[in-house]
Ligand binder design. Structure first.
Ligand code: SF4
Length: 506
């Protein structure tokens, strides 16, 4: 482990202007020398990197920001470069945040002199009003993390308001999905400490009369209700969904004897549940086989009698089979995404009859998705954890699917190649997936997209190569190709890369 200095070293990063567009190594080295070694070591253990060690989707901090913004009586403040904060607030409001994002600005001087930390402390004190807030979340983005702004030195509580300071740098947290876990885990840790210290607030609707199952992972609003209906005959109830929508739900989440890791990447959150002595179950009730295995695992973990578990299965499984058979999917599909639910959707597609050849997820492999991976691999599906954009595109070109489901650049490439495509995040992951309601829910949108192939071919024949490559955009004349300029730039880039490599070896 790197030797961390006793005190933070704000001068480790000289000036602003660095970010995810440049100097990842510089930021990482600066953060380590600025007292952030321990948090970076924990992130490296919780969120192991894959073939690409740089986020390929949106800024990871958006995950934490979104979790904070969706909680009642919670204020979220960003500390970072203005351009990062602009992008993050823009995206938040695009996704309907409907409340303000706090911001503590800085400049080179306030960063290197440590004044930024004083400004943050002042801002937090000014906002800490227990009549309005249960908690204030303050998020260090890349540059303040790299320069060691010590949020851990903030008071744990001010005027009865909990203060949660987290570092969410793009060079330490690979995806926005895992950044949700960073905040959810920090809040669970805080709430666990409170619950261990004495009585805590009860949930808004009072304590559940039955043992509950906490559901980990953001999901379609109807899914927890469907899960609740499946748990009810086993004498159980659906508990809170983590990330929670209110602070007091954290206590109820920790109180559930069984925790369902529906989304498998919540490593820090799972650590808190396990520290509270809870049993964590992976996978989810998707499709026939997934629901069968999940009901069994949950029932066993909650000590439900086998006869009761069997009774629920006998009721649910035929309904799911019927729904899947009524809504078949016909066609070859490749799929990729960064939400963490990719393997669950993949299982549903396969059970619906789709010829799924590849599923890529930006999230890492964990034990909580092992059953899904094994089930998919046994059916000839290639499962790629920490999938890079290049791997997703290669799969699409290799398997030539009737439909490519993916991230924005994958969808764009598919459409260019005349392959119908759907966005995973907006059109697929935002649908019911669980139990009888999930079975068949994807077929309509997917079959309609596959049926669009003829339209793509007509458009492709009509437009030809117009607007492709260098000719894309609006021009007054037809752009001239300049291969000699391109070759020259390429030569310079290769020279620069070789020089850097030689310097690294010294
Ligand atoms: S905070 Fe986000 S947008 Fe800003 S430099 Fe880091 S990863 Fe990039």
């Amino acid at each position: 482990m790197d030797a961390a200095p006793e005190v933070p070293n704000p001068a480790a990063l000289q000036g602003d202007g660095t970010g995810c567009h440049s100097g990842k190594e510089q930021l990482l080295a600066a953060a380590k020398s600025a007292g952030k070694s321990e948090v970076l070591r924990q992130y490296a253990a919780d969120y192991p990197k894959g073939p690409h060690d740089q986020p390929q989707s949106m800024c990871p901090a958006f995950g934490s920001l979104r979790v904070g913004l969706r909680m009642r009586r919670t204020m979220t403040i960003l500390s970072g470069s203005a351009c990062c904060v602009y992008g993050l607030t823009f995206t938040s409001h695009f996704y309907g945040a409907r409340r303000s994002v706090g911001y503590v600005p800085f400049n080179s001087e306030s960063l290197v002199t440590g004044k930024l930390f004083e400004d943050i402390r002042e801002a937090v004190h000014a906002q800490a009003d227990a009549a309005q807030y249960d908690a204030i979340v303050i998020i260090n983005l890349c540059v303040p993390t790299a320069s060691g702004v010590p949020l851990q030195l903030l008071p744990k509580e001010i005027n009865g308001v909990r203060i949660i300071g987290i570092d969410v740098p793009g060079f330490g947290v690979p995806t926005h999905a895992e950044a949700k876990d960073v905040l959810a885990g920090a809040m669970l840790k805080y709430a666990r400490g409170e619950a261990e210290a004495g009585p805590v607030a009860t949930p808004r609707g009072g304590r559940a009369s039955k043992p509950t199952v906490t559901l980990v992972g953001e999901m379609f609003p109807a899914d927890p209700m469907v899960i609740g209906a499946m748990l009810e005959p086993m004498g159980l109830a659906a508990g809170p969904v983590v990330p929670t929508r209110e602070w007091r739900e954290l206590y109820a989440a920790l109180d559930s004897p069984v925790v369902a890791a529906i989304h498998p990447f919540y490593t820090a959150s799972v650590r808190e549940f396990e520290a509270a002595g809870r049993t964590v179950v992976g996978s989810a009730p998707v499709g026939h086989d997934g629901t069968e295995a999940w009901l069994q695992a949950i029932g066993s973990a909650a000590n439900v009698a086998q006869a009761q578990i069997d009774a629920v299965k006998n009721r649910m499984l035929p309904a799911i089979k019927g729904a899947l058979a009524r809504m078949p999917i016909r066609g070859r599909i490749t799929m990729s995404g960064y939400e963490g639910s990719e393997l669950l959707v993949a299982r549903l597609l396969v059970e619906s009859g789709a010829e799924l050849r590849y599923v890529g997820t930006a999230c890492p492999r964990t034990v909580w998705s092992d059953a899904d991976r094994q089930w998919l691999e046994a059916r000839g599906v290639h499962v790629q954890y920490r999938a890079s954009l290049e791997q997703d595109l290669d799969a699409m070109h290799e398997f030539k699917p009737d439909l490519a489901i993916g991230t924005t650049p994958v969808v764009q490439a598919a459409k260019e190649a005349c392959i119908p495509a759907l966005y995973f995040t907006n059109l697929i992951s935002a649908r019911p997936l669980m139990g009888p309601a999930g079975a068949g829910s994807l077929a309509t949108v997917i079959n309609a997209a596959i049926a669009n192939k003829a339209r793509f071919e007509t458009m492709s024949a009509f437009f030809g190569s117009t607007g492709i490559g260098d000719k894309a955009g609006v021009w007054e004349g037809v752009p001239q190709e300049r291969p000699e300029f391109r070759a020259d730039t390429r030569r310079q880039v290769i020279k620069l890369m070789n020089k850097r490599k030689a310097e690294e070896m010294i």
